[in-house]
Structures are given as structure tokens and as C-alpha cells.
Design a protein around this ligand. Sequence first.
Ligand code: CA
Length: 311
Amino acid sequence: MSDSGLIEASLRTDQGRVRGRNEDFIARWEPENPTDEAQHGRLYIVADGVGGAEAGDLASSYATDRTIHHYLANHAEHHAGERLLGAMRAANSDLRQLVASRGEGTRMATTMVAALIKGAQLYLANVGDSRGYHWRDGVMVQMTRDQSLVAQLVEEGAITAEEAVLHPHRNVILYSLGSERSPRIDLFGLTLQTGDRLLLCSDGLTRYVTDEELAAILSEGDPDTVTAALVDLANERGGADNISVAVLQIGDLPAGGINISQAADPQIVATNSSRPRGSTAAGRTVLWIYTAFLCLLETILILLVWYQLRV
Ligand code: CA
């Protein structure tokens, strides 16, 4: 845990109770002096790797290391959020090169949620279904949007949020680093206030703990206590997946921070989607198959009803 006065942070990752390895990865980059603080801010990352064997571990750790490397190296970009997006795009290219070097048939990809805090400004970049939440005065809001099949089906009205929790394809993500040349990466922005809290986590936590429970636990105790309580709760309820949690407590913010946005609520400030949503990758194929299956089922039911009415 670090306590710089500006931010008290606790990051915790746990293998869970079922998986043989931990494919999640958590990381922080914090400045050593005021010059670095002014130039780079602070970076906190949760990544959830997929790929089997050691590939998932490598995907999440490698993509995180490369994101931090590219972020620190790119002094030319003055917009902090764009600089973070650029770093994640570059890490995606690095990861794809690594996949290519390991030969055909290698599958390596990772989700990533990255929080960049510079002065009072927060940028949250997200690809996949890990999440970032903002908490203020007891009210918690999920800032990121899940890039998952079930989230898209809920958004389109095909299923309810309750059905999504038990959906057979709830693990299918639409975008990730490593899986395609130009994955969609969303960027959200918010002006922080003293006393705010942030929570970054992998789906190993959110599959077991509701938003209401997260808000209640986040409201009590210091960041170390909160991350321990959340990991324990996910394990008590099954721990079927790796569990990663980062909790950041915002302390005294510097006067004259770079308040480039006065938004009281999280706002999406950019996305690098180069194609319409739902156009590529395995998750979207499953979406089409699922939709076609529903149409077929509907047609059969209509024919059955029609037949019953005739006889
Ligand atoms: Ca996971």
C-alpha cells in the first residue's frame, strides 16, 4: 500500500479457489518526485489474461508492463487521456508481435482497465470486461462499460440484467488487447474531489459481489481493509475465477490541478473504435449465432402455435 497524501492505494490479486494459476495482473506506477508527478501523474492497472497454460499470465503482465513503458516514454502527447490510449494501443501491437513470435495456434489476450490520475483529473481507459467504479459520498457509479456479449445483449434489450448474470455466454468478451489489430478502447474522464474512492477489478470479483454490496464495502474501512474484504467475499462465494481488486482513496488534491473537465458524472471522452460495434472477433460471431438461434426458436414456436390452433 502507498500513502502519499494525495492517494492511498491498495492493490490485491488472488488465485481464487478453483483455478490452477492466476492469469490476472495488477500494477501501479507512482512518481518519485514532484517533477515526475507533474509530468506523468499516477497509473493503476488491472488486467485479466486469457490463453491457457502460461499464456494468460504472460498476456496480462506483458501488456501491463508495455502500457506503462509506452505511457512514460511518450512525452509528445500533451492530452493525458490520449497518451494513455496510445500506450494501450502500442501495448496491443507489442502483445500481437509476441503472439506471432510464439507460432501459430497461440492464443493470448487480456482485458485491461487503467486509471490515470493527473492533478485532480482522472482518466479511465478500458478494454474488455474488467471494471472501474467511482465512489463519492456513499454513491457509487460504474464508470466503464463492459465490452461483453451479455452487456451488449442487455443494451439491445435481448436479455435482462438479471438474465445476464446466469447467461451461458457471460464470459465472452467483445474486445481485448492481443486479439485484433485495433480493438475498441473506451476512455472515460472525471474531475476528482478529496474523499473520492476508485475501485478497479476483474470479473472474478463482480461475478460474486453486487454493485450494492461493493458500494457498502467501499464505504467502510481503509483501502487495505476494503481490498481484503472484497477478495475474501468472492472466495467465500466460490472463488471460481482469479480475483483482482485495486482501491484508491483520493486525499488532498493539489491546488490548481488540471481540471480540464468539470463533469460531476463520469463521461465517455473518447473511443478508438475503428469499426461499428459488433463487427468482428469471436464474441460477435457468437452474438450472430445466438441471434439466429433465437429467430429459429421463435419461428418454430409460431409454427407450433399455428398448428395447434388449426387442429
Ligand atoms: Ca477473469
